[in-house]
Design a protein around this ligand. Structure first.
Ligand SMILES: Nc1ncnc2c1ncn2[C@@H]1O[C@H](COP(=O)(O)OP(=O)(O)O)[C@@H](O)[C@H]1O
Ligand SMILES: O=P(O)(O)O[C@H]1O[C@H](CO)[C@@H](O[C@H]2O[C@H](CO)[C@@H](O)[C@H](O)[C@H]2O)[C@H](O)[C@H]1O
Length: 509
């Protein structure tokens, strides 16, 4: 594709209006729409977007309806992360006639006039039944994705999309009732609920694409033989290949485009339960203890099924270097950390003298473990989701054997978040101080109980790894500051308060 079709999005993109965009090129529609999507990876930064690939899912009659997965190259051009490239999956449905209903209006990007003068109504794929049907047909092996060139002609060797499902598992039929999951999410999930009583599934359409096996697919498939029920069962996945640049001489990249899992109906996520408990002043210790135990069970199953090995001196050195690099990255991304730079550098350097024996075993971990990643499933207990690791890290790094204690630190941070976020924005005074104190003691109790539950399974209390655990919590809090600066600036004080507590406590023991 020529670079004329690329578009630079200013930091302050115009908000979408009620009037749908019109144009003769897809970028006329994508430009105003993409920066406002929850999954857009360059939020708040100036970025250049370019469609570098297209995969037709040949399901509907192409004269009337075309389901096309667009591959978007998003290059951050200024500010923090300048030069960073993300490859993003954007499934769209092009229709000759508009769909009716308010949902369809909300999902309309605009009207595209093709070179023959024909108008196409372009819809956000996950909100259009034609895309959902094509996705289910793909998962079931009824169709495969076909690459197109910029003119819409088939382009062999320019990409693929192929569905798979475990033996004995039949994905729901195309046409099964479906809805897009509401709420905060980095990707886009579609819940498919057959009305004949057969098992519902949730299909997660990955937005930022990465080379290689997706960790959700890998972990769910690996844990299936263990019988551990604290992870959802795998129902299928779509793998594919796609271009990552408009230069046709560049090789395609292969990886996963979507994963389907059993949908755990009626489940409530732990974040909601925990924040409700904070607000009502309800003790969460029993739930936290059970969560600690479930976490330890999943860690044991991951260690058994996926590569694990004793840490060596190189690992200890890499870990310490990684903490320093993460700190410098956070300092470069979040100005709010600048006044603390010297204290943080001293603190992180003082945590870096750990030996291999202290680290113990390295194994596959969750990698971005927090209360929003855990469901309370009636009759089954806690179920852990989303093994993709931290979305702001390169995927290859996220799947390397790591410290199980990193997940423990993540969840301990999350109890702190659940408590502390209820006090964000309170006007300073005795009431705010009392609310913060109550939140703190709620979090302390939940954190202690989680560690007790974990210890009951493993025989070792995570708190006995004091310095290492503290260093991992600080590392996570630094990541969180960057995450919040980018996504929820009002919540920056939550991880910042944790960082200030660590600094106030003095050097690492
Ligand atoms: N198997 C499932 N059953 C029920 N709900 C689920 C399931 N998987 C995910 N969810 C819901 O979807 C939300 C987002 O899922 P997640 O895998 O964390 O997506 P993302 O990686 O895009 O953030 C979860 O917080 C949970 O509420
Ligand atoms: O769920 P994701 O993989 O998209 O993870 C990202 O978003 C999380 C927020 O949704 C973010 O988690 C942070 O906020 C949580 C409260 O919303 C809190 O429970 C976590 O402890 C805190 O880290 C996560 O860091 C980010 O990678």
């Amino acid at each position: 594709m020529s670079t004329q079709t690329a578009q630079t999005t200013p930091t302050t993109a115009t908000a979408p209006t009620a009037t749908p965009a019109t144009g003769t090129h897809l970028h006329d529609l994508l430009g105003p729409w993409v920066p406002h999507q929850r999954w857009y990876p360059a939020k708040g930064r100036e970025a250049r977007t370019e469609v570098v690939g297209r995969l037709l899912l040949p399901w509907a009659d192409p004269e009337d309806v075309r389901v096309i997965v667009h591959v978007l190259r998003v290059t951050t051009v200024a500010g923090g992360g300048a030069g960073h490239v993300d490859i993003v999956q954007v499934p769209l449905v092009h229709r000759r006639a508009p769909r009716s209903g308010s949902d369809a209006v909300a999902a309309l990007l605009g009207v595209l006039t093709d070179p023959d003068g024909i108008g196409w109504f372009v819809y956000d794929g996950p909100h259009d039944p034609a895309y959902v049907e094509a996705l289910l047909a793909l998962l079931d092996g009824q169709i495969c994705g076909v690459a197109l060139d910029a003119t819409g002609e088939q382009a062999e060797h320019a990409g693929t999309a192929v569905g798979h499902h475990p033996a004995g598992v039949a994905p729901p039929e195309p046409g099964t009732p479906a809805r897009v999951l509401r709420g905060e999410q980095s990707n886009t999930s579609i819940i498919v609920e057959p009305d004949d009583g057969s098992a519902p599934v949730i299909v997660k359409v990955f937005r930022t694409l990465h080379p290689g096996r997706n960790p959700d697919v890998e972990v769910q498939a690996s844990l299936a033989p263990t019988g551990v029920r604290a992870v959802p069962a795998l129902a299928g996945w779509v793998e594919g290949s796609w271009p990552v640049s408009s230069d046709p001489s560049q090789p395609l990249v292969s990886g996963d485009l979507a994963v389907a899992s059993e949908f755990l109906a009626g489940a409530q996520d732990a974040w909601r339960e925990a924040t409700a408990a904070v607000v009502s002043g309800t003790d969460f210790s029993e739930r936290a203890r059970a969560l600690g135990a479930a976490t330890a069970q999943v860690h044991a199953a991951l260690a058994e099924q996926l590569p694990s090995r004793p840490a060596d001196d190189d690992d200890a050195r890499r870990l310490a270097e990684g903490w320093l690099q993460r700190l410098e990255w956070a300092l470069s991304e979040a100005d709010v950390l600048a006044p603390r730079a010297d204290a943080l550098r001293a603190r992180v350097a003082s945590s870096g003298s750990l030996d291999a024996a202290t680290l113990g075993t390295l194994q596959r971990v969750h990698g971005d473990y927090h209360l929003g990643q855990v469901l309370d499933v009636p009759g089954r207990g806690w179920v852990l989701l989303d093994f993709e690791g931290e979305p702001l890290r390169p995927l290859a790094e996220r799947t390397l054997p790591d410290l199980a204690l990193r997940d423990v630190a993540g969840m301990l941070r999350s109890f702190d978040y659940a408590a502390r976020q209820t006090t964000v924005g309170l006007t300073e005074g005795p009431e705010a101080a009392a609310a913060r104190e109550a939140a703190r003691s709620w979090a302390d109790a939940a954190r202690a109980a989680f560690c007790e539950g974990y210890a009951a399974v493993t025989g070792a209390d995570p708190r006995s790894a004091g310095t290492l655990l503290d260093a991992l919590e600080l590392d996570k809090a630094l990541y969180e500051v960057v995450y919040e600066v980018r996504n929820r600036p009002a919540w920056v004080p939550v991880p910042l308060a944790a960082i200030d507590r660590v600094l106030a406590a003095g050097p690492a023991a």
